[in-house]
Design a protein around this ligand. Structure first.
Ligand code: ADP
Ligand code: MG
Length: 554
């Protein structure tokens, strides 16, 4: 056999490298806007067409580039931000690998138009699939404009994995939101198909930026966080424990100016809140950490979304101690007590399938004997004795019902006389609207009602009395999972599980005998399944023979 190893053609190398940094239109937006921020821009304007699949344009008023640099910028590993190895240990800019522009250029048709503030004219470079097609002098205002058309036109495999227009838009909005939250002094404009989605004016007031992005409800619940130890400083904002969300998407963590996703810090946040808020509920926090460069490595991940801390435990402690500090502050503590009382006296609404209105034909097979810890039902029948987890059983019943409605069955709906406007985040709204047709089938009707609001027209009646905001937030979190390679069927199934879990009667609730009878009957009707939709067992059962055996009878 002859020699078999060869060098890859440059073009292929380019595409492979691009694959690591550029996953979807939102990655392009992230890289381009980061460049604009690094260039000291005052306003960044992002224009998108068709979710970024057709066109992405990022325009800034930053320092710009001279002609020679414009060409160099498109070469791999060419950067003005890191000159030697020493610089790598003190990265102050968002970019430093010199990879973004060439990567985007390798998988699209790109035009780069740029001019410095000192020069009288600018330069335009056209690149197609990584090949420079033309360079010319051009009249243009100072600053830089990068236009990216037909992303992945030469990588069909990538193209196939892109989501619908709304889905890609949701990613783009999230990416810009993350940057806009930390750069309040920079203005951001986002347009989609010529429509202005948002226009965030520059401001010196961080809170007012947060308000435009996350809404006034959130801002009114924020307290300032501050702290430091030998390994770093932290500052930022956190909601008081009375404010909770059904999703963890309101947690924004930045390290040295960069938005990151980090398990360690997220854990520190949940730990700080654990004593104050119920499980599976989340606060909104925006935390800015400054960690000495010697203590953190940002060069771990091509998209720089992850970092590595040298002393993780110390950073964990810094975050959770500072949060606990403000949460146990009198102001925060007082609001907590109020919420606790409210929770206890909240009227309990009997889930509709157990409500008196429901038919009360008793189960022919099982009869209630009692209830243990307000959570487990003890029932007896001809076969023997069972202990049933009431939440799991009800959850299973609702799950089957929602499932059936997806397949064309009918589901009891509770319409609102006046559609309920619910404020959510933009990308949550986009997702909910994207799945509108599916949601209608399960009894949840909603429509777009402005930039960050949806109007809910009806809900499945078993969700009566649920907090709509929490419901929609948690629901859109489930929908967002879709991006991770799930099929539509899997997403729909998860919606069913989710709604069932939401609507199901909780543990620690005393149930009247009629309610239990109705529950048992419903359960028999769906052929007495033995697990809940999450796969947990729903009952344990002993035959009379077993029971008699224990007492050496029979
Ligand atoms: P990096 O940001 O890692 O340096 P990029 O490929 O993103 O790599 O950009 C390469 C270089 O092009 C940057 O170092 C910078 O000098 C220049 N550049 C890119 N975008 C802009 C911009 N919007 N304004 C001014 N200079 C830019
Ligand atoms: Mg860059």
């Amino acid at each position: 056999m002859g020699a078999k190893i060869r060098f890859l053609p440059t073009e292929v190398v380019g595409k492979i490298a691009a694959g690591e940094v550029i996953e979807r239109p939102a990655s392009v937006v992230k890289e381009l806007v980061e460049n604009s921020l690094d260039a000291g821009s005052g306003v960044v304007t992002v224009e998108i067409e068709e979710g970024g699949k057709r066109r992405i344009s990022v325009m800034d008023d930053g320092e710009g580039m001279v002609g020679g640099d414009a060409l160099l910028a498109l070469e791999r590993h060419a950067t003005s931000k890191v000159y030697d190895e020493g610089d790598l240990n003190a990265i102050k800019t968002l970019g430093f690998r010199g990879e973004a522009l060439p990567s985007v250029a390798a998988v699209s048709r790109l035009s780069l138009i740029t001019r410095t503030h000192d020069e009288l004219s600018g330069t335009r470079v056209l690149v197609e699939g990584g090949q420079v097609r033309g360079v010319e002098e051009i009249g243009t205002p100072p600053g830089t404009r990068v236009e990216v058309e037909d992303l992945f036109y030469n990588v069909p495999a990538r193209q196939k994995f892109l989501r619908g227009v709304q889905g890609e838009m949701a990613h783009i909005i999230e990416v810009i939101t993350r940057m806009a939250l930390i750069h309040s002094a920079v203005g951001f404009v986002l347009k989609h198909n010529k429509r202005v989605l948002f226009n965030l004016p520059p401001t010196n007031e961080e809170r007012s930026r947060i308000k435009v992005i996350l809404g006034k409800d959130v801002v009114s619940q924020l307290v300032a966080v501050q702290g430091s130890n030998r390994f770093g400083d932290i500052r930022g904002w956190a909601t008081v424990p009375t404010y909770v969300r059904g999703s963890s998407k309101g947690i924004y963590i930045y390290v040295n100016g960069r938005y990151i996703r980090d398990k360690l810090i997220s854990h520190a946040v949940s730990e700080a809140y654990r004593r104050f808020i119920p499980a599976k509920m989340y606060p909104v926090v925006i935390l800015f950490l400054s960690i000495p460069f010697s203590e953190v490595d940002v060069n771990v991940h091509p998209a720089k979304m992850e970092v590595r801390f040298r002393r993780g435990e110390e950073i964990h402690r810094l975050v959770s101690d500072s949060l606990k500090g403000v949460l146990s502050h009198p102001h925060a503590a007082r609001s907590y007590e109020i919420s606790e009382i409210r929770e206890e006296t909240a009227p309990y609404s009997v889930p509709s399938s157990l409500a008196p209105g429901a038919e009360m034909i008793p189960s022919p097979l099982w009869r209630m004997v009692g209830q243990l810890k307000g959570t487990y039902l003890v029932v007896e029948g001809d076969e023997g004795v069972m202990i049933i987890d009431q939440h799991a059983a009800h959850e299973r019943i609702l799950y089957e019902r929602v499932k059936r409605s997806l397949q064309g069955g009918r589901i009891a709906q509770q319409p609102f006389l006046i559609p309920q406007p619910i404020e959510v985040k933009r990308e949550e709204k986009e997702l909910l609207i994207e799945y509108r047709a599916e949601l209608v089938k399960v009894g949840l009707e909603l429509e777009e009602f402005g930039d960050r609001t949806v109007a809910v027209q009806s809900i499945p009646s078993f969700l009566q009395g649920e907090d709509l905001q929490l419901l929609l937030e948690a629901l859109s979190e489930e929908l967002a999972e879709r991006g991770k390679g799930d099929t539509v069927e899997q997403v729909l199934d998860r919606i069913c599980v989710f709604l069932a879990c939401r609507g199901a009667i909780k543990a620690n609730r005393r149930l009247q005998e009629e309610a239990v009878r109705s529950l048992l009957r419903d359960w028999e009707e769906i052929a007495q399944p033995s697990t809940c939709p999450h796969g947990r067992p729903l009952f344990v059962k002993w035959s009379w023979r077993e029971l008699e055996g224990w007492f050496r009878r029979g």
